[in-house]
Design a protein around this ligand. Sequence first.
Ligand code: NAD
Length: 340
Amino acid sequence: MKVLVTGGAGYIGSHTICELLDHGMEVVSADNFQNAVPETFERIEAITGQKVVNENLDLSEVKACQILFEQHPDITAIIHFAARKAVGESVEKPLVYYRNNLNSTINLLHFGTLAGVKHLVFSSSCTVYGNPGNQPVDEDSPVGNIESPYGYTKMMGEQILRDHIHSHPSFSGISLRYFNPVGAHPSGKLGELPLGKPNNLVPFITETAIGLRPCLEVFGADYDTPDGTPIRDYVHVVDIAKAHVQALLHIQQSDQRERFEVFNLGTGKGMSVLEIIQAFEQATGVALNYRFSPRRAGDVETIYANADKAAQVLKWQPEYSLETMMASAWKWQQHLANQR
Ligand SMILES: NC(=O)c1ccc[n+]([C@@H]2O[C@H](COP(=O)([O-])OP(=O)(O)OC[C@H]3O[C@@H](n4cnc5c(N)ncnc54)[C@H](O)[C@@H]3O)[C@@H](O)[C@H]2O)c1
Protein backbone atom coordinates (compact mmCIF):
# COMPACT_ATOMS: atom_id res chain seq x y z
CA MET A 1 0.00 0.00 0.00
CA LYS A 2 1.40 3.40 -1.00
CA VAL A 3 0.08 6.18 1.19
CA LEU A 4 0.16 9.89 0.36
CA VAL A 5 0.62 11.79 3.61
CA THR A 6 -0.23 15.45 3.10
CA GLY A 7 1.38 17.72 5.67
CA GLY A 8 4.02 15.04 6.30
CA ALA A 9 6.54 17.58 7.60
CA GLY A 10 4.09 18.77 10.25
CA TYR A 11 3.63 17.70 13.84
CA ILE A 12 1.10 14.86 13.55
CA GLY A 13 2.00 13.95 9.95
CA SER A 14 5.66 13.30 10.80
CA HIS A 15 4.79 11.05 13.76
CA THR A 16 2.28 9.20 11.61
CA ILE A 17 4.88 8.62 8.88
CA CYS A 18 7.10 6.89 11.48
CA GLU A 19 4.21 4.57 12.41
CA LEU A 20 3.30 3.83 8.78
CA LEU A 21 6.92 2.96 7.94
CA ASP A 22 7.07 0.80 11.05
CA HIS A 23 4.09 -1.14 9.64
CA GLY A 24 5.84 -1.67 6.30
CA MET A 25 3.75 0.82 4.34
CA GLU A 26 5.23 2.89 1.53
CA VAL A 27 4.90 6.64 2.05
CA VAL A 28 5.15 9.78 -0.04
CA SER A 29 4.63 13.18 1.58
CA ALA A 30 3.33 16.45 0.14
CA ASP A 31 4.15 19.53 2.20
CA ASN A 32 5.09 23.07 1.17
CA PHE A 33 6.66 23.88 4.57
CA GLN A 34 4.29 26.76 5.27
CA ASN A 35 4.28 25.58 8.90
CA ALA A 36 7.19 23.15 9.07
CA VAL A 37 10.86 22.71 8.22
CA PRO A 38 12.53 20.33 5.70
CA GLU A 39 14.79 18.90 8.47
CA THR A 40 11.78 16.95 9.69
CA PHE A 41 12.53 14.34 7.04
CA GLU A 42 16.10 13.94 8.35
CA ARG A 43 14.59 13.40 11.80
CA ILE A 44 12.21 10.77 10.43
CA GLU A 45 15.16 9.05 8.76
CA ALA A 46 17.17 9.12 12.00
CA ILE A 47 14.30 7.33 13.76
CA THR A 48 13.17 4.89 11.06
CA GLY A 49 16.29 4.47 8.91
CA GLN A 50 14.16 5.27 5.85
CA LYS A 51 14.17 8.22 3.47
CA VAL A 52 10.78 9.71 2.66
CA VAL A 53 10.15 11.58 -0.59
CA ASN A 54 8.42 14.91 -0.03
CA GLU A 55 6.81 16.85 -2.85
CA ASN A 56 7.14 20.54 -2.01
CA LEU A 57 3.91 21.94 -3.46
CA ASP A 58 0.82 23.85 -2.46
CA LEU A 59 -2.09 21.42 -2.44
CA SER A 60 -4.60 24.25 -2.65
CA GLU A 61 -3.36 24.95 -6.20
CA VAL A 62 -5.14 22.89 -8.85
CA LYS A 63 -2.16 22.43 -11.17
CA ALA A 64 0.21 21.40 -8.36
CA CYS A 65 -2.21 18.76 -7.14
CA GLN A 66 -2.71 17.41 -10.66
CA ILE A 67 1.07 17.07 -11.14
CA LEU A 68 1.40 15.29 -7.79
CA PHE A 69 -0.82 12.41 -8.93
CA GLU A 70 0.83 12.30 -12.37
CA GLN A 71 4.17 11.82 -10.62
CA HIS A 72 2.78 9.23 -8.19
CA PRO A 73 0.14 7.27 -10.12
CA ASP A 74 0.26 4.30 -7.72
CA ILE A 75 -1.09 5.93 -4.55
CA THR A 76 -3.83 3.83 -2.96
CA ALA A 77 -4.76 5.93 0.07
CA ILE A 78 -4.39 9.48 1.33
CA ILE A 79 -4.01 10.70 4.89
CA HIS A 80 -4.85 14.36 4.66
CA PHE A 81 -3.20 16.41 7.42
CA ALA A 82 -2.24 19.49 5.39
CA ALA A 83 -4.15 22.48 6.72
CA ARG A 84 -3.66 25.73 8.54
CA LYS A 85 -4.66 25.16 12.16
CA ALA A 86 -4.42 28.29 14.31
CA VAL A 87 -7.91 28.99 15.69
CA GLY A 88 -7.22 32.66 16.57
CA GLU A 89 -5.50 33.42 13.26
CA SER A 90 -8.46 31.93 11.40
CA VAL A 91 -10.75 34.48 13.07
CA GLU A 92 -8.51 37.26 11.73
CA LYS A 93 -7.89 35.73 8.28
CA PRO A 94 -10.91 33.59 7.44
CA LEU A 95 -10.41 33.61 3.67
CA VAL A 96 -6.85 32.35 4.00
CA TYR A 97 -8.20 29.42 6.00
CA TYR A 98 -11.14 28.62 3.73
CA ARG A 99 -8.95 28.87 0.61
CA ASN A 100 -6.10 26.75 1.94
CA ASN A 101 -8.01 24.08 3.84
CA LEU A 102 -11.02 23.60 1.59
CA ASN A 103 -9.28 23.90 -1.79
CA SER A 104 -6.65 21.36 -0.72
CA THR A 105 -9.33 18.85 0.26
CA ILE A 106 -11.30 19.35 -2.97
CA ASN A 107 -8.18 19.07 -5.16
CA LEU A 108 -7.02 15.90 -3.42
CA LEU A 109 -10.42 14.23 -3.77
CA HIS A 110 -10.75 15.27 -7.40
CA PHE A 111 -7.31 14.31 -8.72
CA GLY A 112 -6.91 11.41 -6.28
CA THR A 113 -10.12 9.79 -7.49
CA LEU A 114 -9.13 10.33 -11.13
CA ALA A 115 -5.83 8.59 -10.34
CA GLY A 116 -7.58 5.59 -8.77
CA VAL A 117 -7.11 6.38 -5.07
CA LYS A 118 -9.67 4.45 -3.04
CA HIS A 119 -9.48 5.87 0.49
CA LEU A 120 -8.95 9.13 2.36
CA VAL A 121 -8.43 9.60 6.08
CA PHE A 122 -9.26 13.16 7.06
CA SER A 123 -7.74 15.13 9.95
CA SER A 124 -10.73 16.59 11.70
CA SER A 125 -10.96 18.14 15.10
CA CYS A 126 -13.12 18.37 18.21
CA THR A 127 -13.69 22.00 17.17
CA VAL A 128 -16.56 20.69 14.97
CA TYR A 129 -18.61 20.25 18.17
CA GLY A 130 -18.45 23.98 18.90
CA ASN A 131 -19.05 24.77 22.59
CA PRO A 132 -20.92 21.61 23.61
CA GLY A 133 -23.18 21.54 26.66
CA ASN A 134 -23.00 17.84 27.47
CA GLN A 135 -19.69 16.14 28.20
CA PRO A 136 -18.06 13.92 27.15
CA VAL A 137 -18.92 14.37 23.48
CA ASP A 138 -19.44 11.31 21.32
CA GLU A 139 -19.70 11.14 17.53
CA ASP A 140 -23.49 11.62 17.69
CA SER A 141 -23.15 14.90 19.60
CA PRO A 142 -24.39 17.81 17.49
CA VAL A 143 -21.91 19.44 15.15
CA GLY A 144 -22.08 23.21 14.60
CA ASN A 145 -22.20 26.49 16.53
CA ILE A 146 -18.51 26.56 15.80
CA GLU A 147 -16.43 29.40 17.24
CA SER A 148 -13.91 29.85 14.41
CA PRO A 149 -13.44 29.70 10.63
CA TYR A 150 -10.81 27.01 11.28
CA GLY A 151 -13.47 24.84 12.90
CA TYR A 152 -15.79 25.44 9.96
CA THR A 153 -13.09 24.26 7.54
CA LYS A 154 -13.05 20.97 9.46
CA MET A 155 -16.83 20.65 9.46
CA MET A 156 -16.99 21.48 5.74
CA GLY A 157 -14.05 19.18 4.99
CA GLU A 158 -16.00 16.31 6.52
CA GLN A 159 -19.11 17.24 4.52
CA ILE A 160 -17.14 17.46 1.26
CA LEU A 161 -15.67 14.01 1.93
CA ARG A 162 -19.10 12.58 2.85
CA ASP A 163 -20.69 13.96 -0.34
CA HIS A 164 -17.82 12.78 -2.53
CA ILE A 165 -18.09 9.26 -1.12
CA HIS A 166 -21.85 9.32 -1.67
CA SER A 167 -21.31 10.01 -5.37
CA HIS A 168 -18.35 7.59 -5.80
CA PRO A 169 -19.25 4.06 -4.69
CA SER A 170 -15.66 2.84 -5.02
CA PHE A 171 -14.35 5.47 -2.59
CA SER A 172 -14.38 5.32 1.21
CA GLY A 173 -13.23 7.63 3.97
CA ILE A 174 -12.71 8.11 7.66
CA SER A 175 -12.73 11.34 9.57
CA LEU A 176 -10.67 11.34 12.77
CA ARG A 177 -11.69 14.05 15.21
CA TYR A 178 -8.58 14.70 17.30
CA PHE A 179 -8.94 16.30 20.69
CA ASN A 180 -5.63 17.87 21.86
CA PRO A 181 -2.54 16.07 20.56
CA VAL A 182 0.55 16.79 22.68
CA GLY A 183 3.90 15.22 23.51
CA ALA A 184 6.68 14.02 21.27
CA HIS A 185 8.31 10.89 19.87
CA PRO A 186 9.83 8.74 22.68
CA SER A 187 13.26 9.06 21.00
CA GLY A 188 13.19 12.81 21.71
CA LYS A 189 14.20 13.39 18.07
CA LEU A 190 10.81 14.46 16.72
CA GLY A 191 8.11 16.70 18.12
CA GLU A 192 6.02 19.80 17.66
CA LEU A 193 7.99 22.68 16.15
CA PRO A 194 5.81 25.73 15.72
CA LEU A 195 7.18 28.48 13.52
CA GLY A 196 6.89 31.69 15.54
CA LYS A 197 4.83 32.08 18.68
CA PRO A 198 3.12 28.79 19.59
CA ASN A 199 -0.67 28.66 19.41
CA ASN A 200 -0.89 25.41 21.34
CA LEU A 201 -0.39 25.15 25.08
CA VAL A 202 2.34 22.52 25.42
CA PRO A 203 4.92 24.05 23.03
CA PHE A 204 4.24 27.38 24.74
CA ILE A 205 4.99 25.67 28.06
CA THR A 206 8.20 23.99 26.90
CA GLU A 207 9.51 27.13 25.13
CA THR A 208 8.89 29.10 28.33
CA ALA A 209 10.53 26.43 30.48
CA ILE A 210 13.67 26.40 28.31
CA GLY A 211 13.89 30.21 28.41
CA LEU A 212 12.92 31.05 24.84
CA ARG A 213 9.88 32.96 26.16
CA PRO A 214 9.82 35.02 29.34
CA CYS A 215 6.35 34.02 30.45
CA LEU A 216 3.57 31.59 29.59
CA GLU A 217 0.26 33.32 28.83
CA VAL A 218 -2.84 31.56 30.12
CA PHE A 219 -5.72 32.85 28.02
CA GLY A 220 -8.73 33.39 30.26
CA ALA A 221 -9.12 32.74 33.99
CA ASP A 222 -12.85 33.48 34.11
CA TYR A 223 -14.33 30.41 32.41
CA ASP A 224 -17.06 28.52 34.22
CA THR A 225 -14.71 25.67 35.22
CA PRO A 226 -13.41 24.67 38.70
CA ASP A 227 -10.22 26.76 38.38
CA GLY A 228 -11.47 29.24 35.74
CA THR A 229 -9.25 27.95 32.90
CA PRO A 230 -10.48 26.00 29.85
CA ILE A 231 -10.69 22.21 29.94
CA ARG A 232 -9.39 19.99 27.13
CA ASP A 233 -8.67 16.34 26.43
CA TYR A 234 -4.91 15.91 25.93
CA VAL A 235 -3.76 12.83 24.03
CA HIS A 236 -0.24 11.72 23.09
CA VAL A 237 0.72 12.40 19.45
CA VAL A 238 2.09 8.87 19.04
CA ASP A 239 -1.28 7.47 20.12
CA ILE A 240 -2.90 9.74 17.51
CA ALA A 241 -0.38 8.53 14.90
CA LYS A 242 -1.17 4.89 15.70
CA ALA A 243 -4.88 5.54 15.18
CA HIS A 244 -4.10 6.37 11.53
CA VAL A 245 -2.56 2.94 10.99
CA GLN A 246 -5.66 1.37 12.53
CA ALA A 247 -7.88 3.56 10.33
CA LEU A 248 -6.05 2.45 7.18
CA LEU A 249 -6.29 -1.21 8.16
CA HIS A 250 -10.00 -0.81 8.89
CA ILE A 251 -10.84 1.14 5.75
CA GLN A 252 -9.39 -1.58 3.50
CA GLN A 253 -11.65 -4.25 4.92
CA SER A 254 -14.42 -5.08 2.50
CA ASP A 255 -16.83 -5.48 5.41
CA GLN A 256 -16.32 -1.90 6.62
CA ARG A 257 -19.81 -1.11 7.86
CA GLU A 258 -20.08 2.38 6.43
CA ARG A 259 -18.12 3.92 3.59
CA PHE A 260 -17.80 7.14 5.61
CA GLU A 261 -17.12 6.88 9.31
CA VAL A 262 -16.22 9.37 12.03
CA PHE A 263 -14.19 8.66 15.17
CA ASN A 264 -13.24 10.73 18.20
CA LEU A 265 -9.61 10.40 19.32
CA GLY A 266 -9.11 11.41 22.93
CA THR A 267 -8.47 9.91 26.36
CA GLY A 268 -11.85 10.83 27.85
CA LYS A 269 -10.20 12.90 30.60
CA GLY A 270 -10.72 16.66 30.78
CA MET A 271 -7.78 18.67 32.16
CA SER A 272 -7.66 22.41 32.80
CA VAL A 273 -4.78 24.62 31.66
CA LEU A 274 -3.63 25.01 35.27
CA GLU A 275 -3.70 21.23 35.76
CA ILE A 276 -1.50 20.83 32.68
CA ILE A 277 0.96 23.39 34.02
CA GLN A 278 1.07 21.44 37.27
CA ALA A 279 1.50 18.12 35.43
CA PHE A 280 4.42 19.57 33.47
CA GLU A 281 6.09 20.88 36.63
CA GLN A 282 5.66 17.52 38.35
CA ALA A 283 6.89 15.46 35.39
CA THR A 284 9.98 17.62 34.78
CA GLY A 285 10.77 19.36 38.07
CA VAL A 286 10.87 22.68 36.19
CA ALA A 287 8.88 25.62 37.63
CA LEU A 288 6.95 27.69 35.10
CA ASN A 289 6.53 31.43 35.00
CA TYR A 290 2.97 32.15 33.87
CA ARG A 291 0.41 34.96 33.92
CA PHE A 292 -3.23 35.30 32.98
CA SER A 293 -4.24 37.13 29.79
CA PRO A 294 -7.70 37.87 28.35
CA ARG A 295 -9.63 35.07 26.65
CA ARG A 296 -8.57 34.25 23.09
CA ALA A 297 -11.06 34.49 20.22
CA GLY A 298 -12.35 31.11 19.08
CA ASP A 299 -11.54 29.14 22.27
CA VAL A 300 -14.34 27.05 23.79
CA GLU A 301 -14.77 26.48 27.53
CA THR A 302 -14.76 22.72 28.02
CA ILE A 303 -14.49 19.72 25.75
CA TYR A 304 -13.43 16.12 26.27
CA ALA A 305 -14.09 12.95 24.35
CA ASN A 306 -16.02 9.77 24.52
CA ALA A 307 -13.74 7.64 22.30
CA ASP A 308 -15.52 4.29 22.83
CA LYS A 309 -16.28 3.96 19.11
CA ALA A 310 -12.58 4.10 18.17
CA ALA A 311 -11.88 1.46 20.83
CA GLN A 312 -14.59 -0.86 19.53
CA VAL A 313 -14.27 -0.42 15.77
CA LEU A 314 -10.65 0.63 15.20
CA LYS A 315 -9.30 -1.38 18.16
CA TRP A 316 -7.55 1.81 19.23
CA GLN A 317 -6.91 2.93 22.75
CA PRO A 318 -4.56 5.66 23.96
CA GLU A 319 -1.64 4.16 25.87
CA TYR A 320 0.49 7.08 27.01
CA SER A 321 -0.04 8.81 30.38
CA LEU A 322 -0.22 12.56 30.96
CA GLU A 323 3.17 12.36 32.66
CA THR A 324 4.69 10.78 29.53
CA MET A 325 3.06 13.44 27.35
CA MET A 326 4.75 16.17 29.39
CA ALA A 327 8.09 14.39 29.82
CA SER A 328 8.39 13.57 26.09
CA ALA A 329 7.55 17.16 25.07
CA TRP A 330 10.25 18.37 27.44
CA LYS A 331 12.79 15.83 26.12
CA TRP A 332 12.12 17.12 22.59
CA GLN A 333 12.52 20.77 23.64
CA GLN A 334 15.83 19.91 25.31
CA HIS A 335 16.98 18.04 22.19
CA LEU A 336 16.26 21.18 20.13
CA ALA A 337 18.16 23.35 22.61
CA ASN A 338 21.20 21.04 22.41
CA GLN A 339 21.22 21.37 18.63
CA ARG A 340 21.45 25.17 18.70
N1 NAD B 1 -2.33 19.82 16.45
C1 NAD B 1 -3.58 19.92 16.91
O1 NAD B 1 -3.80 20.36 18.03
C2 NAD B 1 -4.73 19.47 16.04
C3 NAD B 1 -5.97 19.21 16.64
C4 NAD B 1 -7.05 18.80 15.83
C5 NAD B 1 -6.87 18.67 14.46
N2 NAD B 1 -5.65 18.94 13.91
C6 NAD B 1 -5.49 18.82 12.47
O2 NAD B 1 -4.48 17.87 12.20
C7 NAD B 1 -3.79 18.22 11.01
C8 NAD B 1 -2.30 18.25 11.29
O3 NAD B 1 -2.05 19.14 12.35
P1 NAD B 1 -0.57 19.45 12.84
O4 NAD B 1 -0.67 19.82 14.27
O5 NAD B 1 0.34 18.38 12.42
O6 NAD B 1 -0.29 20.78 12.01
P2 NAD B 1 1.07 21.27 11.34
O7 NAD B 1 0.89 22.70 10.99
O8 NAD B 1 2.24 20.90 12.18
O9 NAD B 1 1.13 20.38 10.01
C9 NAD B 1 0.38 20.70 8.87
C10 NAD B 1 1.35 20.67 7.69
O10 NAD B 1 0.63 20.91 6.49
C11 NAD B 1 1.41 21.74 5.66
N3 NAD B 1 0.47 22.45 4.79
C12 NAD B 1 -0.57 23.25 5.16
N4 NAD B 1 -1.23 23.68 4.07
C13 NAD B 1 -0.61 23.14 2.99
C14 NAD B 1 -0.82 23.22 1.59
N5 NAD B 1 -1.79 23.97 1.07
N6 NAD B 1 0.00 22.53 0.76
C15 NAD B 1 1.01 21.77 1.27
N7 NAD B 1 1.27 21.66 2.59
C16 NAD B 1 0.46 22.34 3.44
C17 NAD B 1 2.19 22.64 6.62
O11 NAD B 1 3.38 23.13 6.04
C18 NAD B 1 2.45 21.71 7.79
O12 NAD B 1 3.70 21.06 7.69
C19 NAD B 1 -4.35 19.56 10.55
O13 NAD B 1 -5.32 19.32 9.57
C20 NAD B 1 -5.00 20.10 11.81
O14 NAD B 1 -6.06 20.96 11.50
C21 NAD B 1 -4.58 19.32 14.67
